[in-house]
Design a protein around this ligand. Structure first.
Ligand SMILES: N[C@@H](CC1=CC(=O)C(=O)C=C1)C(=O)O
Length: 423
């Protein structure tokens, strides 16, 4: 378990990290060295993210709460709740989506603007180096999404993040991706220019009102066959093949013969959305960032599940440290939970104790039970045939799958064994 790990917070200091040592009642009983360890960690964090006292107090309470949820059994936590179920955003009911979008709006517009506090963590130079272009990208963003989700749940109890499976938009035939129902007022808002529709319309950012530039800067949405390879091809069996950075190898995309990785595909989707999303220090100001990263975390979970169930490899022990010193296994996981090292982002604890994923929308699960007519099943093929995004009314395209989508499904149709992913 993580708690006993020699690189973690000293086990005798867990109480101090998790619980509020500032309260007079508790303070007398705490180990003074641990109190120092914790306050030093937060002081460093404050310098790192250039935060105000107010920011840092907020992050401090968020990380404490996060630790207490991750480690039930330390005595004072609530009874363990059911795992949060993260789903594809378009399969939420209108009411579920409204509540989630509202939580994001409140995080942004309630006093304190914690939405921007979180975005600034992702933007700091040392964090950028730790969280991109190497092994730690996956774990760093997993922990970040977890804290962000907890922040949303403080605004609207019970909300759970959803993921944007952009392969569903990729599969729109012809040039219709920018008119995908993802970019309607019902979902993420328009894909080009100032975002004027949907719940994030006119979101203020340090670079002016939120804008997107879909398709204007190159890139590509997530490609279905690449996701299917990561999820199921037994030759992709090491984290070194799905991240970038020094020492990482990637894998050969069977369709193009080019080398790629999950990280590279993820970059391409950032660039496809364009504007703020295309630039690392700006990206987390577009709420789409969180839905896209939730999908990357989902695909990582498919990969982890393959490692464990099909290849007998514990994903938590496959932290390889590609990408240079900031990605070394025991280098600090910056900007998040004090005392954590990069390896801790690969822990199994999140999907064992906090959340699980619903399988992405395919014909065999009724497009994940979606009722909002944002998706359709193209018919034919196996039950794992992906649902496809509708385009906005009046701009409908004839339903047909791209060649890439169809051949990938034929090749990998038997490999998704259990449509609902427990851990
Ligand atoms: N800068 C990356 C894309 C990108 C990656 C990120 O992780 C991000 O947050 C924002 C953008 C590229 O050009 O390929």
């Amino acid at each position: 378990a993580l708690l006993g790990d020699k690189y973690n917070v000293p086990p005798e200091c867990m109480e101090e990290v998790i619980f509020d040592y500032d309260s007079p009642k508790d303070n007398s009983t705490l180990n003074k060295d641990c109190v120092k360890f914790v306050s030093d960690s937060y002081r460093k964090l404050q310098q790192l993210i250039n935060g105000t006292d107010d920011d840092i107090n907020y992050i401090r309470s968020l990380t404490r709460e996060g630790m207490a949820l991750l480690y039930p059994g330390s005595g004072r936590e609530k009874r363990q709740a059911a795992l949060r179920a993260r789903r594809e955003c378009r399969s939420l009911t209108s009411e579920e989506w409204r509540r989630l979008a509202n939580a994001i709006r409140r995080l942004k517009f309630d006093p304190g603007n914690r939405f921007d506090t979180m975005a600034r963590i992702h933007a700091m130079p040392a964090v950028i180096a730790n969280a991109h272009d190497g092994s730690s990208i996956l774990g760093w963003h997993r922990v970040f999404l977890y804290l962000f989700e907890n922040a949303l749940r403080r605004k609207v109890p019970g909300v759970v993040l959803c993921y944007w499976d952009s392969t569903i938009d990729y599969l729109i035939p012809g040039p219709g991706q920018a008119q995908s129902s993802s970019f309607s007022h019902n979902m993420f808002g328009n894909s080009r220019g100032l975002v004027r529709t949907g719940p994030f319309a006119n979101f203020p950012t340090p670079w002016g009102p939120l804008r997107r530039n879909f398709g204007g800067e190159g890139g590509s949405l997530m490609r279905p066959h690449v996701v299917d390879m990561i999820a199921s091809d037994p030759r992709i069996r090491s984290h070194g093949q799905i991240v970038d950075g020094q020492g990482a190898t990637g894998f050969i995309d069977s369709m193009t013969g080019q080398r790629t990785s999950l990280e590279a595909e993820h970059n391409n989707a950032h660039v496809a959305v364009g504007a703020l999303m295309a630039v690392i220090p700006n990206a987390a100001w577009d709420p789409l960032f969180y839905f896209h990263h939730c999908y990357i975390d989902y695909v990582w979970q498919l990969f982890r599940r393959k490692l464990r169930n099909r290849l007998g490899i514990d994903p938590a022990r496959d932290y390889l440290g590609h990408g240079g010193p900031a990605h070394a296994p025991n280098a600090p996981l910056l900007g998040l939970i004090p005392g954590w090292r990069n390896v801790h982002g690969y822990s199994n604890v999140f999907t064992q104790r906090v959340y699980r994923y619903h399988f992405h929308p395919v014909c065999g699960n009724g497009c994940s039970g979606s009722t909002r007519r944002l998706l359709y099943c193209p018919g034919g093929g196996s039950r794992y045939r992906r649902c496809v995004s509708n385009t906005m009314p009046g701009r409908a395209q004839p339903p047909a799958l791209s060649i890439a989508g169809r051949s990938a499904e034929e090749k990998f149709k038997t490999v998704y064994d259990d449509p609902d992913i427990a851990s």
